[in-house]
Each structure stands twice: as C-alpha cells, then as structure tokens.
Design a protein around this ligand. Sequence first.
Ligand code: TTP
Ligand code: MG
Ligand code: MG
Length: 389
Amino acid sequence: MVYRWQRPIYKINPTRIWTALAQAGMVAAESAEPMRKIIHIDMDAFFASVEQRDTPALRGKPVAVGYGRERGVVAAASYEARKFGVHSAMPSVTALRKCPDLIFAAPRFEVYRAVSQQIHAIFAQFTPLIEPLSLDEAYLDVTDHLAEGVTATETAQAIRTLICSQTDLTASAGVSYNKFLAKLASGQNKPDGQFVITPKQGPAFVENLAVSKFHGVGPATASKMRRLGIETGRDLKACPAESLKIHFGKAASYYYAIARGVDERPVRADRERKSIGAEKTFLEDLVTLEAATAMLSSIIDKVWRHCETARLFGRSVTLKVKYADFQIVTRSHTGVAPLASRDEVERQALALLAPLFPARLGIRLLGVTVSGFELAPAQADQLSFELKD
Ligand code: TTP
Ligand code: MG
Ligand code: MG
C-alpha cells in the first residue's frame, strides 16, 4: 500500500524541478543548478548569400536559389527578394509574380556543404557540444566551455566574427538558457545580428509571441491551437495541462513547458541523421487513390528537398497511413541502390500505396520517410517536420 503511493515520488527529480522553476522565474536562479548557456547560430539567407558572394553581379539584387520554371520552388531568397514577399518553399511562378526582376540561381549543394563544414569547424573551437539542425544552423552549449571572464554573448559575437572573416558570409545568433529560447532569439535581429534572452525575460518573451513562431509548432498544430483559442504564448500558458494532454497527446508536456520558457532538452552532440521524413494530416479524410496520390506528391516534394539540402540519398522508402479510426499502417521498400531522384522516391511510394486501395476507411494522414543513407553521415538524427499548408 505504502509503496504504491511512494513510487511516483521517487520518480521526481528535485534538481530538475528546481531548475525548471528557476527558469520560469518562480525561484531565485542562484539557488538552482547552474543556468545553462546555449547559443543558436543560423546563417543569413544561406544559399542565396553564398550565390551573391560567388557571383558579384547578384549582390544587392533580389535573388532566389532554385529553378524559375514551372513547378520549381524557391529554396532560399535574398533579403532584397524578401522585401517583395518572396520566401523559401514558395512556388517560383508566385515568386516571379511578386518580384518580376527576381534572378534565379541554380543550387550548388557541394558549395553549401563545404561552407557548413567551415562553420562547424569554427563552432568546434568553442565547445564540443554542438548539435547541428541543418546545413546552416546549430545549437552550442557553452556552459562549461566559456573562456575565463568571457560571457556567452561575447562568445556568440566572436563566432560570428570568425564566420564572417573565414567565409565572407554573415550569421545571426541567439543566446539564452535553453534551446527553445536560443532559437527564437537568433531570429530576432536577423540579418547579421544577435539577441539575448535572459532567465528573467524568458517567460514574458514567450507570453507575447504568437505560437505559430514557436519551433515545434508547425502550421497544422498552429491552426489546431487557433481553433482552440490559443494564439499566443500567454493563451498556451493559460491552457490547463489536462486539456493540452487531451488535444496534443505526447507533445503536451513540451507545449506546457515552453509556454513557461522552460525547455530541458540537452544539446546533443554529433547525432547521426538516420532518416528524413514528412507527414501531413488532412482536413478531410482521403478516400480515393487519386486523392492520396496527389497529396503524396507534395509530401515527397518536401522530403526530397531536405534530402537534397542534406545531400543524403537513401535506399529505403517507408509509407505511413493513418486511417480515420487512427489505426496506423506502414509499408516499406529497400532497393539495392540509393534513390537518386524525386521521381524514384515517388515511384516507390506509389508502389507501396496502390495495394492499400480500395481503402477500408478514409485516410486522415499520410507520411513518407527516406532512410538507409549511403553518403557521408550528417549530424542530427531523425528530421521530421510538418508540411506547410
Ligand atoms: P533557413 O535558415 O531557414 O533560411 P535562410 O538561411 O535562407 O534565411 P534566414 O536568414 O531567415 O535564416 O534555411 C537555410 C537554407 O536551407 C536556405 O538558405 C535554403 C534551404 N532551405 C530549403 O532548401 N527549403 C526550405 O524550405 C527552407 C526553409 C530552407
Ligand atoms: Mg538561415
Ligand atoms: Mg536555418
């Protein structure tokens, strides 16, 4: 009897709770665990800036990296192009309508990858705790690696100065006490800027922000939150834990914590990326193979774009189908050679999809994942993301 009551108490780690309370500003920070110092670095208009650096005629001009033809999409837009409303993932035709003088530059992934290695080498001069998120960004934990008398803010400045002198490109930085806030901070003074969020400022900063700006709240989650009346961090904080659990399941505890400026995820160094996937939940269930095929196409576009960005080509394709009754079915195929084009991925995915029709029930979610990479290991493990609506 007694044990049944005691067990949950043993599971609670007092140090972690104390740290969380301190991060939320509920107890004095000095009395908690040493506050972490996390830096998030992200290159400015990465692919576009590299093209402007290497082709002087493109400097100061609205530039999009990608292909201008029909069905092409913008991978990156220079800041000059953004003034016209051009941004990543926008169809090229739309981008040209918004900015008729837009200049398209073909992507050169090997160059972006080389720059990525250069900036990684710079990070490594400051800390071994580096968690890359993509080619152009990473989290750095410098808590135990600050030089004598040097602050995290000064370290971020030093890293940006080195990046600029060694690559001729600019980066922005965010400095804070956890990953969630460091990433939010790096976007605050872009381009070529940095921003600090202190433990004191954290909770208020989150409260005043739109949840759609939160890392980990994709467009589908953001619109679900909107339907529930949750638009800002403040609304999210006001939402009781039980209610979050009902609506968001496993993700609820993450949302509960970030609404309070708390994020205990460690900076995980040198994780190997094992798969790249994307999935999409539909507003209305899909019933026909034609409808499912059409939806799969945009999911594959997204997966393929990220495979290309990371230069990772896998031999396996996995299809995930969630039916209206929430039953999940996965089907996988592994070939002898890496899938080298978007169309090859699509062919495999469709071969896995077709036998599931006629479908026993409407389909509410489709997902595609590529794995079994053969090329150089990239950093970071599974990269999963929601499709933009
Ligand atoms: P981001 O860091 O998201 O964007 P950015 O560096 O172009 O601009 P910002 O100054 O706002 O950070 O992405 C880094 C690179 O990844 C980007 O230059 C191109 C590529 N990319 C794509 O190929 N497709 C996409 O949908 C996105 C978002 C990025
Ligand atoms: Mg960037
Ligand atoms: Mg980035």
